[in-house]
Design a protein around this ligand. Sequence first.
Ligand code: ZN
Length: 320
Amino acid sequence: MSITRRTMLAGTAAAGAALTTGLPVLAKAPMSNQQAPGFHRFKIGSFEVTAIHDGTVQRDMPKGFVRNATDAEVSAAFTELGLPGDKLTITFTTMVVNTGDRVILLDTGNAAGGTVGNTAKNLAAAGIQPGDVDVVAISHFHGDHIGGVRGADNALVYPNAEIVVSEVEWGHWMDDAKMNAAPEAARGGFQLARRQFGPVADKVRKVQWEKEIVPGITAVKAAGHTPGHTAFLIASGNQQMMFVGDITNHPGIFARRPEWQAIFDMDPQMAIATRKALLDRAAADKIRLSFYHAPFPATGFVVKDGAGYDFLPALWTSTL
Ligand SMILES: [Zn+2]
């Protein structure tokens, strides 16, 4: 064994590491032991879009995760993608659109904690401070999309932003009669919506589908996952991108198999119809998509392949 002069001079910490790993310490740069910021930027016409990594979770695969497939089929679908077959792996990607005169954040990510809730931190790393956000547009009221509306101190994370939601989504979750009629175990979603939006209810802008929420961004009906689940079509020049939220969970699984009914879809038949309609439209019109639960940066195109759709990740570029 040769001990180089550098390892001799590397100090006690590095020498200790060399002893514990058995490897000589030769790297000129230290290991950082932390992840680099998660954001990626691209253009849609004159708009600048930044994908923001909120985080990733892995938990044990729930039994019956897909209502109309066996657990063995579900496990095989995950391993086909190189993911563990016994774990449910979910990534979360928010998007921010700078139209030139406004900054619009599409969904807010999870409440901060553990491996998720990194949207505000990664936005700041991308040069966008919370106070810079003018509009927060929400696809639907599940916790992984509205958890980041408020911080640990319960204050609004984006203090200057107008919150925009579909009037249908709002009408469902903020309806006291519906909450009271729901079984106790199903009330959490209603309570979360009240915690996040209740104190600012009169300031939330409730919008209709197929109408612009700001110039260049249109709310699109994408119901089924939740009653008012909403996609956002971003159009500038001759380019379009649709933020499709949760019309699929991982598109490598659910765009491939659009008939599969994940337990997260509240109205499975409507979710299937929406999934097929929007994927068909995106394939036919070559609309770039951003899926909330695709591998980061969660954006690309779909092409029809038999009964399903293949997701083609967009090219990562280092210049705009
Ligand atoms: Zn989701």
